[in-house]
Design a protein around this ligand. Sequence first.
Ligand SMILES: Nc1nc2c(ncn2[C@@H]2O[C@H](COP(=O)(O)OP(=O)(O)OP(=O)(O)O)[C@@H](O)[C@H]2O)c(=O)[nH]1
Ligand SMILES: [Zn+2]
Length: 345
Amino acid sequence: MPAVARAIDALRRGWPVAIGPFSLLAIDTADAGQLAAFDPDSQADVLLSASRAETLKLANQREAANPGHAVRIERAPWLDFDAATALADPALDLATPFKGPFRAIAAGDQQAADAALELARIAGVLPAFFVLERVGADALSPADIDVFSDPANLRLATRARLPVEADEGAEIVAFRTADGGDMHVALILGGPDGTPPLVRLHSECLTGDVLGSLKCDCGPQLHAALKEISGAGWGILLYLRQEGRGIGLVNKLRAYALQDQGFDTVDANTRLGFRIDARDFRVAARMLELLGQRRIRLLTNNPMKVAELEKAGIEVTERVPHRVAANPHNEKYLATKRDRTGHQL
Ligand SMILES: Nc1nc2c(ncn2[C@@H]2O[C@H](COP(=O)(O)OP(=O)(O)OP(=O)(O)O)[C@@H](O)[C@H]2O)c(=O)[nH]1
Ligand SMILES: [Zn+2]
C-alpha cells in the first residue's frame, strides 16, 4: 500500500509512475524536460479519459465500443509536450486550434489504463498521461489502487471535546487510514437519545467553507447544518475531504475557469475528463459504522447520497431537505444541481 502513496506523490511532482505494464508521466505536472528524460525517442502515446476524448471528438469506434474507459492516442510527430497539454487541459480548448489528426488505438491493458486515470483523480491532477509499455520492477496493480481507496482501511484516530458556536458540548472525532490517505472528521453535537441521529455529509469546499465564496452554497449549508443538528437534539456532521466533488482543489478551480467561459458545473467536470460527481460515499458509511450509528436521518437535497449510504449498509429512515437561500452568483449553479444532477431543490 505505501507504494500507492508514493505513486500519488510522484504524480504531483511530475515524476513517472508504473502501473501494470505501463510507465506513465502525468501531463499536468510534468514539463518538456521531464518528458525528454522519460521518453528520449518520442515513442510515448497519450492516455486520456473517455469524456475528455469525447469533448475533443477523438472518441472513435473503439471508444464507443468501450464507453467510460481510458482512450489511448497514438503518438504523432506533432504531438509534443505543448500539443499534449492542449489535449489534457480544457482551458486551452477555445484558444488552441488543434493540429492532428490524432488516432485512437487499443489501450493495451485496459484495467491498468483505467486505474491510472483513477490514480490521477486521487492525486488531484488532470487524468492525462504520456504512456509507454515498459515493465517496471515495482509496478502497481489496479488492485493496489482499489485497496488504497477501500474504506475498510479507515480507523478512528482520536476524539476530543470541541466547543463550537452551535454546541458548546460538541465532540470532534478524527479518522485516518494506515496509508496516509485523506483524513476525515466527524463533529458530534448533543448525545445519543435513542433516536437516529440527524446526519449531514459535508464535502470539503475551501472556497465556500473558509473564504465565503458566493459561487456555491457550501458555506451557508455547513453553518445551517450545524444549527439544525443542534436544534434536533443530537446528530453528526461528517466533514469529508472530497474537495470539488472528489476532483481536488486545483481541478475544481479549473472547473470554475471553464464556468467563466460559459460551461456549467456538469460540463466543466466532463471537459476536464472527470465524472460529474467523483465522490465515494462508502467512506461516510464506514465513519458512521465506527461511530456505532447504522440508522440515521440524513440532511440533504441529493438523493444519490441516500442511495449510496443505503448501498453501503446504512439505513436512512428519513431524508430531511437542506435548502439555503440563493444569491445572484450561485443561482445558475443551484439550477444546474436541480436540473442536471437530481437535487431536490
Ligand atoms: N467539481 C466541482 N465541484 C464543486 C463545484 N461547486 C462546488 N463544488 C463542490 O461540491 C461539493 C458540494 O456538493 P454539492 O453538489 O454542492 O452538494 P451535495 O453535497 O451533492 O448535495 P446536498 O447534500 O444537497 O448539499 C463540495 O465538495 C464543493 O467543493 C463546481 O463547480 N465543480
Ligand atoms: Zn462550495
